[in-house]
Design a binder for this molecule. Structure first.
Ligand code: F6R
Length: 614
């Protein structure tokens, strides 16, 4: 999830682009870069690290005056966050410059083709192939708009591309497929941005592009086509938000924005990792198949929400692979002298990749010669760097301190890992794996259907805003969901909340049930190991003692409905995948309740986004 900016007009493009990048820096800050068109050539500058590094560099290098430019702030996906991999990327002769947000799934094939034709690609990115291909097109006589259409037809994956041609000082051309792109319509100037915050200082008139469209902005015009060059239209609208709201895409909190981004984030986590038949392609797992076949134990470590993702993973990985799997809090793991061998796979889950407890735990595992695989959202962070392999979750930057899209994409990465191990070790047939992959592919739509119920969940938060205590119950994969629901409420609303495995109730916690106590109950899908019926019994038990039940169940589950004081309907999904949809109402509830109580949702008291001390 990178930030991209484009400008054509009468102002100094350097200033407009840098200011736009500053507004978009929340989208990624691994590196930043700019390209300007002037005097028939392109001048570009790029630096690893925050935008301030680029600003310092260009103040020293004094970029030339120009009125056409593009810029980029990076959230690394392909290649380490260094100067070379920073955008913009240039074609072989430096005539075309490109910035990109997204993932080009077929870049390896295209790169191969370019290299065989004698091109020297200098970075590890997928983006550079687009720069070379565009340059070939303009060198053979196409204008940049036609070049973009021709190249986009060859690209697979999700992308926003923005390009300039050094020999055409009149235009910036951009294209969009499954990645965000908006045009800002000014007077005598036009803009391109990942979102409106890139240009809201200059204009509030915006044009949203549809899928598979190309837009050309010039000083006085905006023209939209599809990838075949047919004229097309975007949706024009007026932006009412102020600048602060614009960065949050109109949401009041980054956290709420991130909750609503989850369908996209899930889609990105799956992108390019399986083929149409459900065959998994996890190239980033750089542990050989032979070594993966030799693994005799998996230990999953993480802290807080990441640990709950690990708990869900245990159910899935053991079921699909039959490898014994333990889950442990990273800070406990290291100090208990765990038994680790070369055949132990330690899976470290961390959104930030910098959590000290998890980092120390993997260092301990590495010393004991175990294999370490990280599941991480932050490219180039310490935990993946010190691991043997990494599966990036591709959620994009998570700004809200409480993890939301980080968690759901950790679940997706865990499922992919479990299925991949099953594929390599042959513990599941290809068609069985394919069936689960097809279910996963539907998760973005299913998550969206849960988000569509947000108003009802907000009404629930209003109803319960004066409560002092909540319980959360679940079974099987729903148990970690209960723990996560309770954690979200504790950390955001500062309300006492506890999660339990429903079967544990009668062993003590049932004593907590009192008249009117709200109890969230995650009901497993029907038809598996009687879990569903046992959960209904637990609901009846707490209800009989006065609890008020808020039940999350499959949308056509008529058996549980009579025992629900409040019913939240979940899309029908397999048991192991249910946490993806069941967690969302809990996130919405906690976010709204904390808002109603007047708390700072993005920065709850006493917490930090990245816990870099043990
Ligand atoms: C809770 C939350 C924390 C983190 C935990 C681990 O909402 O965000 O519990 O999950 O501190 O952080 P990472 O995943 O960065 O290692």
């Amino acid at each position: 999830m990178c930030g991209i900016v484009g400008y054509v007009g009468d102002q100094q493009a350097r200033d407009v682009v840098i200011e736009g990048l500053r507004r978009l820096e929340y989208r990624g800050y691994d590196s930043a870069g700019i390209a300007l068109v002037h005097d028939g050539v392109i001048t570009s500058a790029k630096r690893a690290g925050k935008l301030a590094n680029l600003e310092k560099a260009i103040s020293e290098e004094a970029l030339p005056a120009a009125t056409v430019g593009i810029g980029h702030t990076r959230w690394a996906t392909h290649g380490a966050p260094n100067d070379v991999n920073a955008h913009p990327h240039l074609g072989a002769d430096g005539r075309v410059a490109v910035v990109h947000n997204g993932i080009l799934e077929n870049f390896a094939r295209l790169r191969d083709e370019l290299e065989r034709a004698g091109h020297d690609l200098v970075s590890e990115t997928d983006t550079e192939v687009a720069a070379h291909l565009l340059e070939l097109e303009v060198q053979s006589g196409a204008d940049l708009t036609t070049a973009m259409q021709n190249v986009c037809r060859r690209l697979e994956g999700a992308f926003t591309l923005v390009a300039v041609d050094g020999q055409d000082p009149t235009r910036v051309v951009a294209a969009r497929r499954n990645s965000p792109l908006v045009v800002g319509i000014g007077e005598g100037e036009n803009f391109i941005g990942s979102d409106v915050s890139a240009f809201i200082e200059h204009t509030r008139e915006a044009l949203e592009l549809g899928q598979d469209q190309v837009v050309t902005i010039t000083r006085d015009g905006v023209a939209v086509t599809d990838f075949d060059g047919n004229a097309a239209e975007g949706r024009r609208y007026h932006v009412d938000w102020d600048l602060a709201a614009a960065e949050k895409d109109g949401f009041d909190w980054f956290m709420r924005k991130e909750i609503f981004e989850q369908p996209r984030a899930i889609g990105d986590a799956l992108l390019g990792r399986h083929d149409e038949d459900g065959l998994l392609q996890l190239d980033e797992v750089r542990i050989s198949d032979d070594e993966l076949r030799d693994i005799d134990k998996i230990i999953i470590i993480g802290c807080g929400t990441a640990n709950y993702a690990g708990m869900v993973a245990k159910y899935a990985i053991e079921h699909w692979t039959r490898i014994p799997c333990e889950v442990e809090l990273a800070h406990e793991f290291r100090y208990r002298d765990p038994i680790l061998t070369r055949n132990t796979l330690v899976v470290a889950i961390s959104q930030s990749g910098e959590t000290a407890d998890t980092l120390m735990a993997i260092r301990h595992a590495v010393k004991q010669k175990a294999r370490v695989l990280a599941i991480c959202n932050t490219n180039g962070s310490t935990i993946p760097r010190e691991s043997d392999a990494v599966i990036y979750t591709h959620a994009g930057p998570e700004i809200g301190v409480a993890s939301t899209k980080g968690f759901l994409t950790q679940l997706i990465a865990c499922y992919l890992l479990g299925l991949y191990l099953a594929q390599v070790r042959g513990t599941k047939f290809g068609d069985e794996i394919g069936a689960v992959v097809r279910e996963l592919a539907q998760m973005p739509d299913r998550a969206q259907r849960v988000l569509d119920q947000s108003d009802a969940i907000y009404a629930l938060a209003k109803r319960f805003k004066d409560e002092k205590s909540f319980l959360f119950l679940g079974r099987h994969a729903g148990f970690p969901v209960a723990l996560e629901g309770a954690l979200k409420l504790k950390e955001l609303a500062y309300i006492h909340a506890e999660g339990f495995a429903a079967g544990e109730l009668k062993h003590g916690p049932i004593a907590l049930i009192d008249q009117g106590l709200p109890v969230f109950c995650v009901v497993p899908p029907r038809g598996r190991d009687q879990l569903h019926d046992k959960m209904i019994s637990a609901i009846q038990e707490v209800r009989a003692r006065g609890a008020l039940t808020i039940v999350l169940a499959e949308e056509d589950d008529t058996e549980v409905a009579p025992y629900a004081d409040v019913l939240i309907k979940l899309p029908i999904v397999p048991t192991l995948l249910q946490p993806v949809v069941a967690t969302i109402p809990m996130q919405l509830f906690a976010c709204e309740l904390a808002t109603l109580l007047g708390h700072d949702v993005d920065q709850p008291r006493n917490l930090a986004k990245s816990v870099t001390v043990e």
